[in-house]
Design a protein around this ligand. Structure first.
Ligand code: DGL
Length: 288
């Protein structure tokens, strides 16, 4: 089927919850003229511990919903859902479907100097082995060390609930006072083995993790490059829209719409406002 959507049609972005806002933020920054519809499946977060079949089912429901918004492209801003169902979604839906794994893998393969790359992600993503394959497809000489760090999702969510201001401040080294010692300990436990593997590049293979960049970077040390796929994904999205001639006109005043399946719409609004740094005016609760 041909993608014959209008240039003013929105880009659809979704995640299991709020993590994908880190990708949406980058799309909004790099493509300020594009309308965006974001769906956060907060009622069913986390995806990381759920079965592949369930994640595929959830993703299909969400994409069908986004189709009702007439989206011209879809970004699966969730590594777990990308790992489980990107190819399937690409074969089922007529518009371009962009995942977050390949762009991050590509960036990591380009960044490593010692060909030793670490990946932290959810259980589902690590077990699927997608990052190892994707990184090695870019450079077969790279050794990949992948480990599941599910509690980082929890910390990201907690940080949002407990402090004011942008989430990054909460976990930043510059504001040590905000880092709870147990967060530091959890990060140390997860990341020390990767440090011992001498990785020089670490992929933040979950869209929640860029929110903890300072905490993670503080443990890994300055010499380790942290890779988040958000900016690569936004660049890919721009490239696809432009090649297909469906980019919005530069003078389009972008409209952003947000949907959450979670009951606590106000919590999502607060969280989103802190990640995006502007108020989420158009936010609706929706049951799929
Ligand atoms: N944001 C999701 C991802 O990128 C992880 C959070 C979850 O477990 O639902 O994989």
């Amino acid at each position: 089927m041909k993608n014959n959507r209008e240039n003013t049609a929105p880009v659809g972005v979704f995640d299991s919850g709020v993590g994908g806002l880190t990708v949406a933020r980058e799309i909004m920054r790099q493509l300020p003229m594009e309308n965006v519809v974001y769906f956060g499946d907060t009622a069913r977060v986390p995806y990381g511990s759920k079965s592949r079949d369930n994640i595929i089912r959830f993703s299909r429901q969400i994409i069908r919903f986004l189709e009702t918004k007439n989206v011209k492209a879809i970004v699966i801003a969730c590594n777990t859902a990308t790992a489980a169902g990107l190819s399937l979604a690409q074969t089922k839906f007529p518009v371009p479907v962009i995942g977050v794994v390949e762009p991050g893998a590509r960036a990591a393969a380009r960044a490593t100097r010692n060909k030793r790359v670490g990946v932290i992600a959810t259980k589902g993503t690590v077990e699927s082995d997608v990052y190892t394959h994707a990184i090695r497809a870019n450079d077969a000489g790279i050794t990949v060390f992948a480990t599941a760090t599910p509690r980082f999702v929890e910390i990201a969510e907690l940080g949002i609930q407990m402090a004011k201001g942008p989430i990054e401040n909460y976990t930043s080294l510059a504001s040590q006072v905000y880092i709870r010692p147990e967060f530091q300990e959890i990060a140390q436990d997860y990341l020390d083995p990767l440090r011992r593997c001498d990785v020089d590049t670490l992929v933040l293979g979950c869209t929640h993790f860029p929110l903890l960049k300072s905490l993670i970077g503080g443990v890994m040390g300055r010499e380790v490059v942290l890779i988040s796929s958000a900016s690569e994904v936004a660049r890919d999205c721009a490239d696809i829209l432009s090649r297909q001639g469906i980019a919005a006109r530069p003078d389009n005043e972008a409209r952003y719409e947000f949907f959450t399946s979670g009951d606590d719409v106000e919590a999502f609004r607060r969280f989103g406002t802190r990640v995006l740094r502007f108020p989420l005016d158009h936010l609706t609760h929706i049951v799929l």
